[in-house]
Ligand binder design. Structure first.
Ligand code: NZQ
Ligand code: ZN
Length: 385
């Protein structure tokens, strides 16, 4: 196991009725800005519940945060915060609303052009407004981590930043708030959480028994509960298990002390930025090809994954690895998510542009060995045609 430090200050309030806790979680004298997306929280009653829980506090609203939140939209929120002397932010929604809120929390306190936060990946943040979240879509783990992904539309750039100053102070996770999710978003969430786990697990062995067993537990839970969530629309236990799994998949715990491979996410971000494909859909296209391309380097962990997660015990490690990759792909199909570029009307002529964008964003040494260069990414994309 590699050396590590584990720090996560986010308070998690989990379960039915937890939104009422906002009354004690948000400072009594706060001037609150509630940030949200296209209106799902109005339709499912979450916004009313949040507003009631905040009692007499002064509240403003910022809506219209789009999936894959844009710098352009979020800068309007920064202006509002400054104009109205807002002191506390409350993100109510999915990963996009939370990521957007993290960006404005930092941008509102930033000297200079806030896009630099993305260009320096958050290393230049010295302060941020305090914020909490009410999660409505289990997927990204953003509710309990210090990362955020923001898109600059005019450059087709979807970039990441992270800083301990943008951990949410608290996150409220009420599984009943996910009942209104359309099937596609449930599936996206399950697949995103699955792939977050895989990217911290399927590298090479470092004798990190706890991290491995935790990761395998999360994967098994998603395989078991994910398809049920598509059918059993209001099964509280299913939604609760998925919600906690998605949070645990990317709150730092399973990633400590182990090598990580975020190549699927990095290539996937280019597909979203260029072609508007949903985040999780891009991952389902890229991951199986990454695993096949790097099968030799990843074989030991792939065989472990095959045995412990998929129960594949026959054959040598190469056979087990190949079968586990096929099982993974089939799981995405079971969730209703397609896995080829052609499924999204993309073909070999589109690959050059994706490679150009990877180069422009410095994504040239990806993977746990930093050896996924542009030529390797090109082969990965060709495998996904
Ligand atoms: O905008 P509204 O009307 O709220 O509708 C949203 C949106 O259209 C809808 N939705 C959310 N909760 C709902 C609901 N509809 C009905 N009922 C509910 N309870 O779902 C749609 C998608 O929402 P979005 O927030 O975009 O989805 P998700 O949570 O998957 O977030 C995706 C974003 O997070 C980033 C992605 O790149 C992408 O930009 N990620 C952030 C990470 C992080 N901060 O750690 C890690 C991830 O790997 C990921 O990159
Ligand atoms: Zn993701």
């Amino acid at each position: 196991m590699n050396n590590f430090e584990l720090y996560n200050p986010t308070r998690l309030c989990f379960g039915k009725g937890q939104i009422a806790n906002l009354n004690t979680l948000v400072p009594a004298d706060a001037k609150v800005l509630i940030l949200f997306g296209g209106g799902s929280i109005k339709r499912n009653g979450t916004l009313d519940e949040v507003t009631t829980a905040l009692g007499n506090r002064e509240i403003s609203y910022f809506d219209g945060i789009e999936p894959n939140p844009s710098y352009e939209t979020m800068m309007n929120a920064v202006k509002k915060i400054k104009d109205e002397n807002i002191t506390f932010l409350l993100a109510v929604g999915g990963g996009s609303v939370i990521d957007g809120t993290k960006f404005v929390a930092a941008a509102a306190k930033f000297d200079g052009e806030p896009w630099d936060i993305l260009l320096k990946m958050g290393a230049n943040i010295n302060a941020a407004l305090p914020f909490g979240t009410v999660l409505t879509l289990p997927a990204t783990g953003s509710e309990m981590n210090s990362g955020s992904v923001i898109t600059k539309k005019d450059e087709n750039a979807k970039l990441f930043f992270g800083n301990p100053l943008v951990y949410p102070l608290f996150s409220i996770l009420d599984p009943t708030k996910t009942y209104s999710l359309p099937e596609k978003q449930i599936a996206n969430g399950v697949v995103d959480a699955f792939i977050h786990t895989i990217e911290q697990y399927l590298t090479y062995p470092v004798n990190a028994a706890v991290q491995d067993r935790f990761a395998e537990g999360l994967l098994l839970t998603l395989i078991e509960q994910g398809p049920r969530a598509l059918i059993e629309k209001e099964n509280y236990d299913v939604r609760a298990n998925i919600m906690f799994t998605a949070t645990m998949a990317l709150n730092g715990l399973i990633g400590v002390g182990v090598p990580q491979d975020w190549s699927t996410h990095m290539i996937g971000h280019e597909l979203t930025a260029l072609h508007g494909i949903d985040h999780a859909q891009t991952l389902a296209i890229i991951l199986p090809s990454v695993l096949r391309e790097k099968e030799t380097q990843k074989r030991d962990k792939l065989a472990q994954y095959a045995e412990r997660v998929w129960g594949i015990i026959e054959g040598d490690n190469a056979t087990k690895a190949a079968q586990a990759i096929t099982k993974t792909e089939e799981f995405f199909h079971t969730m209703g998510i397609k896995t080829q570029l052609a499924d999204y009307d993309l073909g070999k002529d589109d690959i050059a542009q994706i490679i150009k964008q990877l180069a422009a964003h410095g994504r040239t040494t990806l993977g746990e060995h930093q050896d996924i260069d542009l030529a390797t990414s090109e082969r990965i994309l060709q495998r996904s045609l």
